[in-house]
Design a protein. Structure first.
Length: 245
């Protein structure tokens, strides 16, 4: 005789950018970095937008993410032992180089990178090459992974993993960065992170975390069944030099 225990656990994502999208032979990824609130008036919104677009620190953060994705799309990453001397993605186009992505409560620096794959099966290799991005791991990736294993005191679980689907003619994946793990009887565990670069200020990074988390807390605080809300704040390190392209 044994009893089966059913655990009701759900993961909710609030992720504004695509890690990977494919339709037929066309593929694209999105670079998204730096965060500001939207502003409570037209004047403040314009001032915040101008500050974000001209911030040297945020430009460094965004450029590392964008150029890292560009290089990963241009380099060949075969998933088999068969040698390959051609990139999986050709004609990588970055458009725009830097712009704003405006959401309900926050806004970010944004760029889309698009190209063509040689055959549809190459999508698996492209997705493997793109993950993890600097936003969830750091740069250089191998050094960042070692550092994360040393300093992080918790298991990420599903946090920061690719979430999406493979379809017949179309596939799409996002990165589960801003997310909430909700379990019956325990409440919600909310995840968010920030990127640390030269010029980062700790107090500003904590404010950015609170801003990202608020998108979940504002919704959850109205749910009687989710009055218990646990916070696990953490930062992800981004380091190294951006090489000339």
């Amino acid at each position: 005789m044994w009893n089966q225990v059913l655990v009701l656990r759900y993961i909710f994502l609030e992720q504004p950018e695509r890690l990977f999208h494919k339709k037929h032979l066309g593929v694209c990824s999105e670079a998204l970095a730096a965060t500001r609130p939207r502003g409570d008036s037209m004047a403040s919104a314009m001032e915040i937008e101008r500050d974000l677009l001209t911030s040297p620190k945020d430009d460094i953060e965004f450029s590392i993410v964008r150029e890292n994705i560009r290089e990963k799309l241009k380099v060949c990453f075969p998933s088999t032992a068969v040698p390959c001397f051609k990139p999986y993605v050709t004609r990588v186009i970055v458009k725009p180089q830097k712009n704003m992505r405006k959401l309900a409560r926050v806004q970010h620096l944004y760029s889309q990178l698009a190209g063509q794959i040689r055959r549809e099966d190459d999508e698996f290799d492209v997705l493997t090459a793109l993950h993890p991005t600097p936003a969830v791991c750091g740069c250089p990736v191998d050094e960042a992974k070692l550092l994360i294993n040393q300093i992080e005191s918790f298991d990420r679980g599903m946090y920061a993993g690719p979430v999406g689907y493979f379809g017949g003619g179309e596939s799409e994946f996002s990165v589960g960065i801003r997310s909430a793990l909700v379990e019956k009887g325990l409440g919600a565990l909310i995840y968010a992170g920030t990127v640390i670069v030269s010029g980062s200020v700790s107090s500003s990074e904590w404010k950015e975390l609170d801003l990202k988390i608020s998108q979940f807390t504002k919704s959850l605080e109205h749910e009687p069944a989710l009055q218990q809300i646990n916070y696990k704040k953490g930062k992800m390190r981004l380091f190294g030099k951006l090489s000339a392209n």
